[in-house]
Design a protein around this ligand. Structure first.
Ligand code: PGA
Length: 250
């Protein structure tokens, strides 16, 4: 099955709304219409509206970096799925390692978020990945399987396009240390095999599994050329149009 690759920019806590507008316009101007890849921009909440306007009419999709699982209520500081849907978000990053590490997100709350996002027809990008210590202790496979099982316990297999997984080894995020294509492909293959066991071959062969962790224009082509790598979730290199477009074109 051919899977359309996704190149998603996770801007994290960077860019005011006006800085975000400039970057989004620069990216959209050069993204080209007929690419074989799909581009997604995930600005902070405060810039979603301006980036939505900047990408409107283009093939570039909008994504958010987090969401709450309830539609509304007394949850000070939180943002809901209907709020994101109203702005035209197509994707939501769920369970980024920084959310797990600094904000105590657990597989159980991620499962609720995934369900809420899918219910509205939006596509969650579920992030998983091991720490340096876990890799050194040879626990990578067990860690990613536990994360998948924990967050996807209630997931209804169906359209494989309704879910995206991002494998992001924590030791590679923002460190300049990238997994080699061989290391990444090995884990991606195991993720796909595990999803086949859980949801069947049709689902596992159709789902996109992105790689994230210090993806740059000069390492993107080798990573994206691996058979089980279906795109990239890009942090640092997504903050400049030139480097992000370099990855998009790789
Ligand atoms: P990085 O971040 O590209 O800066 O390593 C990736 C991510 O955290 O999604």
């Amino acid at each position: 099955m051919t899977r359309k690759q996704i190149i998603a920019g996770n801007w994290k806590m960077h860019k005011t709304h006006s800085e975000a507008r400039s970057l989004a316009l620069e990216v959209v101007a050069d993204a080209g219409g007929g690419s074989a890849k799909e581009m997604v921009l995930c600005p902070p909440f405060t810039a979603l509206q301006t980036v939505a306007e900047a990408v409107s009419g283009s093939a570039v999709a909008l994504g958010a970096q987090n969401v709450h699982w309830e539609d509304e209520g007394a949850y000070t500081g939180e943002v809901s799925v209907p709020m994101l849907a109203a702005l035209g978000c197509r994707y939501v990053i769920v369970g980024h390692s920084e959310r797990r590490q600094y904000f105590g997100e657990t597989d159980a709350t991620l499962a609720k978020k995934l369900k809420a996002v899918a219910k509205r027809g939006m596509i969650p990008i579920l992030c998983i990945g091991e720490t340096k210590e876990q890799r050194e202790k040879d626990e990578t496979e067990a860690v990613v399987k536990t994360q998948l099982d924990g967050a996807l316990g209630n997931w209804q297999a169906g359209d494989p396009g309704a879910l995206v997984i991002a494998y992001e080894p924590i030791w590679a995020i923002g460190t300049g240390l990238t997994a080699t294509p061989e290391q990444a492909q090995e884990v991606h293959g195991k993720i796909r095999a595990h999803l086949e066991g859980a949801f069947g071959e049709g689902f596992s062969s159709g789902i996109r599994v992105l790689y994230g962790g210090s993806v740059k224009p000069d390492n993107a082509a080798d990573l994206l050329g691996c058979p089980d790598i279906d795109g990239a979730l890009v942090g640092g290199a997504s903050l400049k149009a030139e480097s992000f477009l370099g990855i998009f074109r790789a």
